[in-house]
Design a protein around this ligand. Structure first.
Ligand SMILES: [Zn+2]
Length: 643
């Protein structure tokens, strides 16, 4: 192309309430694959990813961890970046919604929408799910619970600003039904959006909160912070410099060519995001694609080893490219993909070790054995080559279209069908038979040349998925920069006629599946956690003997008024009744303890607590951040001594 065309692709910004895991990987890998192909095709690519760092959930998590929200997200965002580096993700820009320029731009956007009359102040009433930070209408609840997570919801209301989403129904429906624009993919989601959300009537959207502080303040009403939508979705334009000065390529890259995401946020991107842009008078993105989820479970191994899915560990043990290949190969277009390690090992062994790895190593080994590594120029090509060559010539356009439309698994499946065809070509042409007959050397050279050239062409097409493996293969088959550009996959016989091969290390070692599963399982055993209280110093036996430890039976138990910690007991110590207090009200209801036989120190000096005298101490054991009483079977008699 004469002038470089631009290609702007985005992942959603991820919510760093916890560390990244394998579930975060697919979207980012898919975007990376398409970005790499587009760069090879000569596009000026902008690949954006980032993190969505505000909200009540992060505020709470930070509080629990005893750090500020910013400190909390800083640490997790660093881990996201580490993971993307480990997986070879070639993003061009990383946006954090706590970045100053984004904060400023969101404030400008919010004010603009307010000034234009698209945002107004009202009161929000609804059922609220705290973990999801979502208000729901009665009709959206499932069995009275949050439709997203199934947790209890509570009645809540607060003063809030609203975005007039309800006004955009007709325009959104037109957008979604526009065959030519083909805005929302896969197509199956179009109906879902229209019949579930647009046709019943879109509700105005609550776009501010007063119930928490960790967000971008509304400039003209400081009690409010901007609630998720305007803050998070606008990252796709603020990252380019929309309404801020940090970047200056909005005109160059916008509109986005594609926003990629998992299916649960398709609704926000196909309804709320276009409506916000319409209100701002900004052109709409060209496409959005919502893929399925990686799901866990299944396979014959035990549950615990199936859960060793730390992407760092998998990349270290089996190679980044194997992990990239597996995830991109398994996720079918638009639907879910189960993950377990055994499936990945089978995939690596069959596709990568057997089919691709063997094709390369056999072909190179034969070229070394029969021709000392350099093929003779004289070759005899025949019609027996045609089927392989036809399959190779049909491959590039199919792969290109399918990568671009995120049918990445289909593209990979097709590439490996051609690799299998090449392996069959070896068996059909029996090079080891040709090698025995001196007069057939030109035919033998042609067969090996066709195989090397097939490897070259398939590897170019695989390189966006396996960027580390491709150069290693090129080196072995004698390919160079001059014949491994993207467009070179469409051209046959580009290797030099006297190509020289070079044996290299095994590309994908076979995995001993049983052994690896066992090792992963062993790694999965949690490390021993030290108890909170260090061991105390030695003491005299007499000190111990001076304590009178007894089993006691609980006769009555009640809460102490005005104390949320204390329970008041009357216990039978075998000699009579006594009153004792214990600070375990947070962990037990009084009625649960009545009739139980517990362990107690009975000869402690009396103490006054909240106005009541306590005669002794009920023994309990720490269980994480709670305490549990030490309990004996019912047939232990009150007063039995403990030693
Ligand atoms: Zn929920």
């Amino acid at each position: 192309m004469s002038e470089k065309q631009k290609f702007y692709i985005t992942t959603p910004i991820y919510y760093p309430s916890g560390n990244p895991h394998i579930g975060h990987c697919y979207t980012t890998l898919a975007c990376d694959c398409v970005s790499r192909m587009k760069r090879m095709q000569g596009y000026d690519v902008m690949f954006l990813t980032g993190t969505d760092e505000h909200g009540q959930k992060i505020e709470k998590k930070a509080q629990e961890a005893g750090v500020t929200p910013k400190q909390y997200v800083d640490e997790i965002v660093a881990n996201f970046k580490k993971l993307w580096a480990r997986l070879g993700i070639t993003y061009d820009r990383f946006i954090r919604t706590t970045d100053d320029y984004h904060v400023e731009a969101v404030q400008n956007i919010f004010k603009t929408l307010y000034d234009k009359g698209y945002i107004y102040k009202s009161e929000y009433k609804g059922k609220y799910c705290t973990p999801c930070e979502s208000f729901w209408t009665e009709s959206q609840l499932v069995d009275g619970k949050c439709p997203d997570c199934g947790r209890e919801v509570t009645d809540a209301s607060e003063e809030a600003y609203f975005f007039k989403l309800s006004e955009f129904g007709p325009r959104l429906k037109e957008l979604l039904l526009d065959e030519e624009k083909n805005f929302l993919n896969p197509k199956t989601r179009v109906n879902e959006m229209i019949s579930n959300f647009i046709d019943p009537g879109l509700q105005d959207l609550c776009v501010s909160r007063t119930s928490f502080k960790w967000g971008i303040p509304v400039t003209f009403d400081e009690k409010h912070v901007v609630y998720v939508w305007v803050d998070a979705l606008s990252n796709y334009i603020t990252a380019l410099g929309y309404m801020n000065d940090a970047h200056n390529d909005f005109d160059k890259y916008w509109p986005a060519d594609v926003h990629v995401m998992a299916k649960e946020i398709v609704r926000f991107h196909s309804l709320i995001w276009p409506a916000l842009l319409m209100a701002l008078d900004v052109p709409l993105p060209k496409k959005i694609y919502g893929h399925g989820w990686i799901t866990f479970g299944g396979g014959k191994m035990s549950k615990s080893s199936g859960n060793v899915i730390d992407p760092f560990i998998l990349a270290d043990r089996y190679g980044v490219d194997a992990l990239r290949y597996h995830l991109l190969r398994e996720m079918p277009y638009g639907s879910d993909c189960p993950y377990n390690n055994e499936m990945m090992f089978n995939r690596i062994n069959s596709d990568l070790a057997n089919d691709l790895g063997n094709l390369v190593s056999r072909t190179v080994a034969m070229a070394v054995k029969y021709f000392d590594g350099t093929l003779p120029v004289e070759k005899e090509f025949t019609d027996a080559d045609n089927d392989l060559l036809t399959q190779l010539s049909e491959l590039p356009s199919f792969v290109e279209e399918n990568y671009e439309s995120f049918h990445i698994a289909d593209a990979l499946e097709r590439i490996f069908r051609v690799i299998a065809r090449a392996n069959k070509y070896i068996d059909e042409n029996e090079p080891w038979v040709l090698a025995k007959d001196e007069t057939r050397k030109p035919r033998l050279a042609a067969v090996l040349y066709n195989l090397l050239d097939a490897v070259r062409r398939c590897t170019i097409l695989l390189s966006p998925v396996m960027p580390n493996t491709a150069p290693a293969i090129y080196e072995q088959i004698g390919a160079s920069e001059a014949n491994t550009r993207w467009e070179d996959a469409s051209v046959e016989k580009m290797l030099p006629a006297d190509v020289t091969v070079k044996k290299g290390p095994v590309l994908f070692p076979r995995i001993d599946i049983e052994k690896e599963l066992a090792e992963l399982e062993a790694m999965n055993k949690p490390a021993r956690q030290l108890p909170e209280e260090p061991l105390k110093e030695l003491t005299k036996f007499d000190n111990f003997a001076s304590l009178d430890l007894r089993a006691v039976k609980v006769l009555s138990c009640e809460n102490v008024p005005k104390s949320d910690k204390l329970l008041k007991f009357i216990v039978d110590d075998g000699f009579g009744e006594r009153q004792v207090l214990s600070g375990i009200a947070k962990y037990y209801k009084p009625e649960d303890l009545i009739g139980k036989t517990l362990a107690m120190i009975v000869n402690l000096e009396p103490r006054k607590m909240m106005g009541f005298e306590s005669n002794g101490m009920i023994m309990s054991v720490r269980d994480g951040d709670k305490f549990r009483v030490v309990e004996f079977p019912d047939d232990i008699k009150p007063g039995a001594d403990i030693s």
